[in-house]
Ligand binder design. Structure first.
Ligand code: NDP
Length: 351
């Protein structure tokens, strides 16, 4: 059995969801009430792979909302309690979705293995970042040529290059895809230099300079609220993959020749009979589209790889990306493409 730990996108969205699900006390609750609420296993469902194999899944709402991000102790407690619930229900592999994996890493929850009487077994959890990184790379490879960008001649900027997903994307794009030049963007200099020497190349640039030069921009950092992008300074055409969370790049960059694609999202080959996930996820096709990190838990269960496949920072290898990518295609996932948010690009297997 696999699990997904998720959360609503805002307190307002959480209250609306509670109203629809028939929990009036939650629907009318304020932030303090939501802060003290325990996690809930809200639904069970089954999923059938393109191979015909069926597995069982569960969705756990951590009852976290982004408004709690500044309340560090609360945010930490929400993630740990949700993990404890997953483990107590005997779920073999659970993905940490949305902000929960970021909270886990940023607040160093590896040090908090004991939750009341439960010792968390890390091998039961995955961040899902390996699949997310692979999906983002496929989105670059499949969609850049569609708008006339030849990747062998292209400059690709990775914003958040030194992060867990960003560094994996850089490795893949330089060693597998073979893009002409990588532009590396992050705030801290030393990790950028370390990455540059690991890659044996790539140019370190400030965000503004990178945006002026990049044919393709992969965003794998959460965007600051204050960020503004002048479309006149971007090359035309320009492909932007919005791999951060929340996905709000389309509100910051638009104009002729600018193509913004929601990154790290996959579409399954058939509808899944889930109700709450569909309501919470805010996808164009909620019965079959999901974050790639969620899909990783399913893939690991389909493959009976019950292990913390994606864990810690900057451990994602090309071999692991290949393994999870092959499983993704085999079990019927496709990366979202540019045609429209509701139409996936063809996978390598069918292209
Ligand atoms: P990490 O924390 O490992 O990496 C974040 C990276 O972004 C670092 O390189 C960091 O470097 C950089 N960064 C942060 N803020 C800025 C900034 N203002 N300007 C430039 N660079 C910045 O995160 P992950 O790799 O785990 O995740 C990256 C993003 O992907 C997150 O937004 C996450 O929510 C999202 N995500 C999306 C998924 C999906 O869509 N399916 C699944 C999982 C994650 P520095 O600190 O030096 O700036």
């Amino acid at each position: 059995m696999f699990g997904l730990i998720g959360h609503s996108t805002s307190l307002a969205a959480a209250c609306e969801l509670a109203e629809r699900l028939g929990y009036p006390e939650y629907a009318q609750g304020d932030l303090d009430m939501w802060c003290s609420a325990p996690p809930q296993l809200v639904e069970n469902f089954s999923v059938t792979s393109a191979t015909g194999k069926t597995i069982e899944g569960a969705y756990i709402d951590s009852v976290f909302v982004p408004e709690m991000l500044r309340r560090f102790k609360t945010a930490k407690r929400k993630v740990l309690n949700a993990m404890e619930l997953a483990q107590k229900r005997g779920i073999a592999i659970t993905a940490l979705g949305g902000f929960t994996s970021i909270i886990f890493e940023d607040m160093n929850l590896l040090k908090e293995q004991q939750v009341r009487a439960t010792t968390l077994e890390w091998e039961r959890f995955t961040t899902g970042n390996t699949h997310t990184a692979w999906v983002i790379c496929r989105q670059v490879e499949l969609n850049a040529p569609r708008i006339g960008i030849d990747l062998a001649k292209a400059r690709v900027a990775v914003i958040g290059a030194t992060g867990d997903i960003g560094s994996a994307v850089c490795r893949w794009l330089s060693q597998r895809t073979g893009v002409a030049e990588l532009l590396l963007v992050a705030r801290k200099e030393q990790p950028l230099r370390d990455l540059q020497s690991e890659l044996g190349g790539g140019r370190i640039l400030a965000l503004e300079e990178a945006l002026q030069q990049a044919d393709v921009v992969v965003w794998v950092a959460s965007l600051p609220e204050s960020l503004s992008i002048d479309p006149a300074n971007l090359p035309n055409p320009c492909l932007m993959i919005d791999g951060g969370y929340p996905k709000n790049l389309d509100s910051k960059a638009s104009g002729a020749g600018i193509h913004v694609l929601k990154g790290g999202i996959v579409e399954f080959h058939r509808d899944i009979d889930w109700q709450v996930v569909a309501l919470a996820a805010e996808m164009a096709k909620p019965q079959r589209q999901m974050f790639a990190c969620f899909a990783e838990a399913m893939l690991l269960d389909f493959e009976e790889l019950h292990t913390n496949f994606s864990w810690g920072r900057n451990h994602i290898t090309l071999e692991k990306m290949e393994l999870i990518g092959a499983a993704s295609l085999r079990h019927g996932f496709q990366a979202l493409g540019l045609d429209s948010l509701s139409a996936p690009v063809p996978s390598l297997a069918t292209a």
